[in-house]
Structure formats: C-alpha cells, structure tokens
Design a protein around this ligand. Sequence first.
Ligand code: NAD
Length: 307
Amino acid sequence: MAQNLRFDGRVVIVTGAGGGLGRSHALAFGARGASVVVNDLGGSFTGEGASTRAADVVVEEIRAAGGKAVPNYDSVLDGDKIVETAMKAYGRVDIIINNAGILKDVSFARMTDQQWDIIFQVHVHGAYKVTKAAWPIFKKQKFGRIINTTSAAGLYGNFGQANYSAAKLALVGFTQTLALEGKKDNIYTNVIAPMAASRMTETVLPPDMLASLKPEMVTPLVEYLCHEDSTENGSIFEVGAGYVGKLRWERTGGHGFPIDRTLLPEHIQERWEKITNFEDGRATHPTSTQESMEGIIANFENVAGEA
Ligand code: NAD
C-alpha cells in the first residue's frame, strides 16, 4: 500500500520512548519524516534509577535510518523541559504522545501512600505537565495532536493495580475534556488502551502471547490519529496484535420514579431488573455531559408516574 501519511515538517514528542511502545512510536514517526524528541528518564519499569542510554539508543536508531531525532532525559514531571527541548532543537511542536509510565503493583490492602502517589505523579501529572507546556503553542498555530495512554486496567480494573487503574482512567477524563477545549483550534486528543509485549508485560503474559503482541502493531493507530487528515477527537481505542476497536459508554433505559413522591430503597429494589437491563432495546450511548443528564432532566416532568 502507498505510504501517503507523512509527517514531514512536524515535530513529535514521545515520552518514555526509550523502549517498548514509546520506542516503536518514535521510530515510526522518524521514518515518516517527523522530527522526534525521544524522551526517556531511563529508569526501571518500577521507576527506580535514571540513565541517558535508553533515549540515546533510540535517537541513534532513528538517525541511522535517515530520520531526525534529539534525546531528552527529563522526567515527564518536568514536562516543560521536554517541550523546551523540542522548541530549541526544531522551533515547534505539533504532536505529543504521552506514553511514559511505571508500575507499582501491590494489593490495595498492602499499598502505601508512596506507591499510590508516584503512579499518579508519573502517569497523570506527567501527561499534564507535557501537555500544559505545549498547549499554548498548539493554540497559537491552530494545530495539535495528543495521544494519551490508558490501559485495560483503567477501563475495567485489575487485581493489584488500584493505583495504576485509577491513574489510567484519569487520563480518559483528561482526554475527553482536552478534546472539547481543543476542538475549535484543530487540537485533537485521543486515548489508547494498548496491549503489547514490553518489559512491563513480559513477566505477566505467557511467551506465546507476547510473540503476537508486537508494539509495531499498536503504533499505526497512533500515527493515523496524529495525522492532519484525521479529525477523530475524544475517543478511546483498544489496540493490540493488529486489532483496533473503539470504545463508548452504554447506559440502560433505566426507570424514572415520580418526582413528587418519596423515593425509598424498596422502590429501587422493586425496579432493579429494569434499572440494570441493557437488553430491553432502550439502552443508549451518551457522549457528553448534556446527554448524560437527559434522563435526569426528562424526569423533572415525571409527576404521578409509575413508582
Ligand atoms: P516500558 O516500561 O517499556 O516503557 C515505559 C517507558 O517510560 C520506559 O522506557 C521508562 O523509562 C519511561 N519512563 C518511566 N517513567 C518516566 C518518567 N518519569 N519520565 C520519562 N520517562 C519515563 O512499558 P510499555 O509497555 O512500553 O508502556 C508504555 C505505556 O503504555 C505506559 O504508559 C503503560 O502504562 C502503557 N500500557 C502498556 C501496556 C502493554 O501491554 N505494554 C498495556 C496498557 C498500558
């Protein structure tokens, strides 16, 4: 197939690009003409230590293939410095891939405040800091593409990951609000829940599964969403092993109790089947806070209805 989706003249920041998914994203953008800021703190997957090597190796790979790249070794907590690297090296920034991340897996009963806080710091505060520094630049140039990285653990929960799943779902809310605020300035934000073999997953997934989960099978979605041709905005995608799918909310038709009568827990119990039924043909897919409130507002008129 012809490779029409080019990024010549675009400057891309990929955080956590020293390995795994970030490395794959950085190499792909580099190969399609973008100038890439390869950010990586170079620590362990649980966030200990730091090294310049991880970013340097990927920069060398991009350059060896004829691409343009510079390294950045700051933590995403200093996101403004990462954006500064892009501005100093290339004078602009167009695309941000918030990908850096660590794990501190432990059952909730044994989780410390420190294990909770550091996960929020890296995933949520880190994505905030990088994006915040680039936002005025995006607004001024009327172009920006942002990809945040959530996880199935955030969307559905996962044993031993209360900190990680809470932080990852925070990035979904972050995405959806940025999508609303950026739209008029051609700034589009989306979020991916990837699955790929990396040092983060190599100890938890079986080897035969890991062989099918190449990071390179996640990256093309990221490239497409970041291209100027794409107007997709505020969406959640599950992606891995060549599968790409979009996710949305579903709400049951529910039951509206009369607003002019006392509502008791027994009323709720009596209507539980209807309240929780997705299969009765009345379920909808709300996409905004306005649509979220539809059922509630419609019930303002429900005087003397069925209890
Ligand atoms: P990885 O450990 O290979 O990559 C993460 C990178 O982020 C590392 O190179 C690490 O050095 C870097 N990093 C960590 N803290 C940093 C910081 N403070 N500043 C800058 N860089 C930092 O793991 P991966 O699997 O490639 O994960 C990439 C992203 O995808 C993460 O956000 C992860 O939570 C998410 N994710 C991965 C999977 C998967 O199946 N691999 C699934 C769901 C979500």
